[in-house]
Design a binder for this molecule. Structure first.
Ligand SMILES: NC(=O)c1ccc[n+]([C@@H]2O[C@H](COP(=O)([O-])OP(=O)(O)OC[C@H]3O[C@@H](n4cnc5c(N)ncnc54)[C@H](O)[C@@H]3O)[C@@H](O)[C@H]2O)c1
Length: 358
């Protein structure tokens, strides 16, 4: 008899609705494992977040990377609190993990779920894109500083740093990803008209990597023009690759165009698999709806499905997504998608769908 594969997952709910949506996803994934009986999964709660920061003076302990390396993957909620500056919370937790673990490929699929509405009349069949974000350098390298603090001539610099290695590996990943999709089509987002150093290197490396993928149709687009194309000509897009900042912004736009930020997932991948990858919804801690019980858990369900797929449970991941789609089709939606269900209502409906898999 072969034993079932067993996965150890670090659960880091973080702040705000992060705690609500991660709790929702854990219920659903545990139910899936119990029902399918093809794999085992164990979530270990890790309390890093703003409450931890207020107690310990830091968002994560010094040995946080060693702690995470003991797991097969991580499921993250969100970080950010109204009474802590956002750059402290983000750099304290998420960016303290993504860079040092070299989770350099941030994959953000977006699509319109059945039963939900895409606000664009230019995309009557909805949206189905895959966004690849460079996740380790660029505008979020942390390079820069402040001088003349408190003086009227106070100055600050934020230096975007691009390396040939960093660009090459994300381009290769993006071309491979585009190649694996039916359309085999990639758009490289740039801003090399006004940013004449880093972005020009970005374009050059893209063109070099493209030569190894003759079957992928690719084009290059300035980020400002890309926003127009996403709205006016969404059917002309399939896979997109861009820098840390550009894709941070474009992925929120993409999520809103697909239906809601509440359905957008994100995978922080180390494609070399030396380190555990981290899966999280695109959204933040959403102060305005925290504690109301109405956060849309679908982004975290989808993130959990991407996590299952990454660790090797592709079939279970596909089944989970089918259950989520059935629930959306049935109109069981949270208010961000125009529905009246609450978070637990959606969880219960997905669990009922999972029951049917028996
Ligand atoms: N990855 C992260 O941890 C991450 C990402 C973005 C923002 N943040 C942090 O979160 C805090 C709030 O940021 P923000 O307001 O700019 O962005 P946000 O994503 O938290 O919220 C933006 C809007 O989208 C809505 N929304 C987000 N997720 C939703 C969901 N699952 N269901 C229904 N509605 C949802 C919110 O109610 C809000 O109106 C800040 O501290 C910010 O730094 C963290």
């Amino acid at each position: 008899m072969t034993s079932k594969p067993a996965y150890r997952i670090a659960s880091i709910p973080g702040d705000g609705i992060g705690t609500e949506v991660v709790a929702a996803a854990i219920q659903v994934v545990e139910k899936l494992a119990k029902t399918l009986e093809t794999f085992q999964i164990e979530f270990t709660h890790i309390p890093w977040g703003t409450a931890y920061y207020k107690q310990n003076g830091r968002y994560v302990p010094e040995d946080c990377l060693d702690i995470l390396r003991k797991f097969d993957a991580g499921l993250f909620g969100a970080v950010g609190a109204p009474d802590v500056p956002d750059h402290i919370s983000l750099w304290g937790l998420l960016l303290a993990i993504r860079g040092p673990l070299q989770l350099y490929a941030n994959v953000r699929p977006v699509r319109t779920f059945p039963g939900t509405k895409c606000p664009l009349n230019t995309a009557t069949d909805g949206i189905d894109w895959l966004l690849v974000r460079e996740n380790s350098e660029g505008e979020y390298s942390g390079q820069g500083g402040r001088s003349h603090i408190g003086q009227p001539w106070e100055a600050a610099t934020e230096v975007a740093m691009f390396t040939r290695v960093g660009i090459e590996r994300i381009m290769r990943f993006a071309f491979e990803t585009a190649q694996s999709r039916p359309k085999k089509q990639l758009t490289v987002v740039t801003k090399s008209n006004s940013m004449r150093n880093g972005m020009v290197l970005w374009d050059e490396v893209a063109a070099q990597v493209a030569r190894g993928f003759p079957d992928v149709k690719w084009d290059k687009m300035l980020v400002d023009a890309m926003t127009v194309r996403m709205v006016a000509n969404p059917q002309s897009i399939d896979t997109i690759v861009g820098t840390n900042l550009h894709m941070d912004i474009l992925s929120d736009l993409a999520a809103a165009l697909a239906g809601s930020i509440g359905v957008a997932p994100s995978s922080n991948l180390d494609p070399t698999r030396k380190n555990p990858s981290l899966f999280e919804p695109v959204h933040g801690s959403a102060f305005d709806i925290t504690g109301k019980g109405i956060a849309n858990p679908v982004a975290t369900f989808w993130s959990a499905a991407e996590m299952l797929s990454w660790v090797g449970e592709k079939d279970a991941a596909a089944k989970l997504m089918l259950c989520v789609e059935n629930v959306c089709s049935a109109g069981i939606l949270t208010p961000d998608l125009g529905g009246t269900a609450n978070t637990q209502g959606v969880v219960d409906a997905v669990i009922a769908e999972i029951e049917k898999l028996k």
